[in-house]
Design a protein around this ligand. Structure first.
Ligand code: PLP
Length: 322
């Protein structure tokens, strides 16, 4: 791809207006225990309280709100087994747009049910023998549907950036910001917001150790592809960054850090016990990385994006008990 104009802060600001009537302005939480432990001021932006339980509603709504009447009438299609599926299904329902979601045959029943519950038309494919992107393209062509991918789309990126915009507008400029990283929609959007509103802020993306393609890409200067990583952070099991998210990350992010699944479980427990909130494993990436670099954060003002809270409740129980 050449001749591509990357989204910028103004797109994030426009997205904020576009989604204002639909998205929750999520709470910013603090914890005395955390502040004492860190000897710092830590602010958690809690997107687990966003509609459908994750920040992905922001990007999906920002994208669908820009459909032309023809696109609205024909409908939207996407492929995802996770939060993006629910985000598209719910946004489409609220706007009266038909939605088709392509999900793997082994997607968790709860996620398929949630997507159907939001009115999405679910198309099941075989993860091992079929290509979901081809199914998406074919459906899009045949029925005139518009494909909205989970991260590599300028409207999705701009929408995701609104969470960090809200955070900085509420608490003021930050010294350090920690953001969960999968395909980079959240990180690139957050970086656009933070660079503009808090220019001196050090911005870290955080990935699961087993899926450090983003870190490899950042350090090698080109997009590195990996196999589906084995990690409990199912929202960050992406195999590569995007053609739009990567250059934004290269230009605006200071570094990409990684954390282990054990660190994620420890952080999930800590957040449950001390802050009394349910956060999914992927949502703990930023906090887990901050805990690991506590020594360097003394006296700083720190933002952490808690990205979502959608975790099967019996699995969650096992994490807490283990
Ligand atoms: C999708 C998702 C991520 C990763 O977001 P990207 O935009 O793909 O980097 C992180 N946390 C949660 C809860 C998610 O649903």
């Amino acid at each position: 791809m050449t001749e591509m104009t990357l989204p910028d802060y103004h797109d994030v600001a426009a997205a904020a207006e576009r989604i204002a009537d639909y998205a929750n302005k999520t709470p910013v939480m603090t914890s005395r225990t955390v502040n004492e432990e860190f000897a710092a001021d830590v602010f958690f932006k809690c997107e687990n309280f966003q509609r459908m339980g994750a920040f992905k509603f922001r990007g999906a709504m920002n994208a669908l709100r820009q459909f032309t009447p023809e696109q609205r009438a024909a409908g939207v299609v996407t492929f995802s087994s996770g939060n993006h599926a629910q985000a598209i299904a719910l946004s489409a329902k609220l706007l009266g747009i038909p939605a088709t979601i392509i999900m793997p045959h082994d997607a968790p029943a709860a996620k398929v049910a949630a997507t159907k519950g939001y009115g999405g038309n679910v198309v099941i494919y075989d993860r091992y023998s079929e290509d979901r992107e081809k199914i998406g393209r074919d459906l899009a062509q045949k029925h005139g549907l518009t494909l909205i991918p989970p991260y590599d789309h300028p409207h999705v990126i701009a929408g995701q950036g609104t969470a960090t915009k809200e955070l900085i507008e509420e608490v003021g400029q930050l010294d350090v910001l920690f953001v969960c990283l999968g395909g980079g929609g959240l990180l690139s959007g957050s970086a656009l917001a933070a660079r503009h509103l808090s220019p001196g802020c050090v911005i870290y993306g955080v990935e699961p150790e087993a899926g450090n393609d983003g870190q490899q890409s950042f350090r090698n200067g080109k997009i590195v592809h990996i196999g589906t990583p084995k990690t409990i952070a199912d929202g960050a099991q992406t195999q590569h960054l995007g053609n739009i998210t990567f250059p934004i990350i290269q230009q605006n992010v200071n570094d990409i850090l990684t954390v282990s699944d054990d660190e994620l479980v420890a952080s999930m427990k800590f957040i449950a016990e001390r802050m009394k909130i349910v956060v999914e494993p992927t949502g703990c990436l930023g906090f887990a990385a901050a805990r690991a670099s506590k020594a360097e954060l003394r006296g700083k003002k720190i933002g952490i994006i808690i990205s979502g809270g959608n975790v099967d409740i019996s699995r969650y129980g096992e994490f807490l008990a283990g």
